[in-house]
Design a protein around this ligand. Structure first.
Ligand code: GCU
Length: 340
């Protein structure tokens, strides 16, 4: 891992040097569009971004060249968002969780047990009335969110403690994403929140600096966490989307016909990633169960939900402007509650 981090650091240095030397222009005069993310090349997110790169290179290849950098090659998610703000890179995929430090509006989609079902979650994220006030409100910060990606349901997994009730989390150090809402969520559940970037989690688990983490099933397989964590507990505490964030000045600089092509490309990322996601979860589960020896646990989710519900009022009290969005989400929850 250490070697990998050094190689990643070296790549960042080389890339940043190239950026400043060439200002994003290729030798042949084409404008290079750099996209950074933190997943592997077999992950649905990379598959969606590759489809986007192919589409843009095919439609506008005389002028632009899209390059996709996986596996934190351009830095951690937080670092990549900062690079996207300044325009050093053009597009980044970031979990909604880390975005609340950039704009507090994002905290709404980090609330545990916000959605009553996957259908309600998808309907909300597909409705611009719900997402636009949040996704488009960061122009001043230098970027906007152009589409969302599925990141499934987040659940707890541990080295050697099966989690059946919140009481089982007591005394355990659990990695959470760097988000105030997630830290509070862990506190309410009785565990000790240990915020860190995604790329550091495997080593922290392997050396038992932390006792566990929380994520979707792909973290077990794609990121190898299932090699060291043997219990995965479906408490279903969050459905947190990943976001495709694009530098605002870059979007503003496109002419109308180019912008239409890019907008179509953003739709392609969403459609291709979500289609790949559907099969990937089941595949990851099978691999974790049969090859990594992970035990899947199905606890009663009600005690987890009860413990964290005060967070809903806390976030709404801190940001009253989020109330109408929260109400729209509740309408979708009612509509899709029975479908699960
Ligand atoms: C998921 C999500 C990533 C995020 C990661 C994390 O894998 O898709 O965007 O970085 O969780 O827990 O940090």
């Amino acid at each position: 891992m250490k070697k990998a981090r050094w190689i990643a650091l070296l790549c960042v240095i080389v890339l940043v040097a190239t950026l400043f030397a060439g200002c994003g222009a290729n030798n042949d005069g084409r404008r290079i569009i750099r996209i950074g993310h933190n997943q592997s090349t077999t992950h649905p997110t990379h598959i969606g971004l590759t489809a986007f790169a192919d589409y843009i290179n095919e439609q506008l290849g005389d002028k632009y060249k899209v390059e996709v950098y996986p596996s934190e090659l351009l830095g951690s998610q937080t670092e990549m968002v900062q690079l996207t703000q300044t325009g050093a890179i053009d597009i980044v995929i970031a979990s909604n969780s880390i975005m609340e430090t950039f704009s507090s509006n994002y905290s709404i989609f980090n609330l545990p047990f916000l959605f009553s079902s996957a259908e309600a979650y998808h309907a909300c994220m597909d409705d611009p009335a719900v997402t636009d006030p949040i996704f488009l409100a960061t122009e001043d910060a230098g970027f906007i969110c152009v589409t969302w990606l599925d990141a499934g349901t987040r659940n707890f997994y541990t080295l050697n403690t099966p989690i059946n009730t919140p009481a089982d989390l007591k005394g355990l150090k659990i990695r959470v994403q760097q988000s105030p809402t997630n830290v509070k969520m862990m506190e309410l559940l009785g565990g000790t929140a240990t915020p860190m970037g995604f790329g550091d989690v495997y080593t922290a688990l392997q050396s038992a600096i932390i006792d566990g983490a929380e994520n979707n099933e792909l973290a077990l397989t794609n990121n190898g966490h299932g090699d060291v964590c043997k219990y995965y507990s479906y408490d279903m505490h969050q459905m947190v989307p990943d976001l495709v964030l694009c530098n605002w000045a870059f979007l503003e600089g496109l002419d109308a016909s180019e912008r239409a092509i890019f907008d179509e490309g953003f739709k392609i990322i969403n459609t291709v990633q979500r289609a790949a996601w559907e099969g990937a979860v089941e595949e990851a589960k099978n691999k974790a169960l049969n090859e990594q020896g992970v035990e899947f646990i199905y606890p009663d989710t009600a005690p987890f939900q009860e413990a964290v519900m005060p967070l809903h009022n806390e976030v709404l009290a801190a940001s009253p402007a989020l109330q109408p969005i929260y109400d729209m989400i509740q309408a979708y929850n009612a509509q899709y509650a029975a479908a699960e």
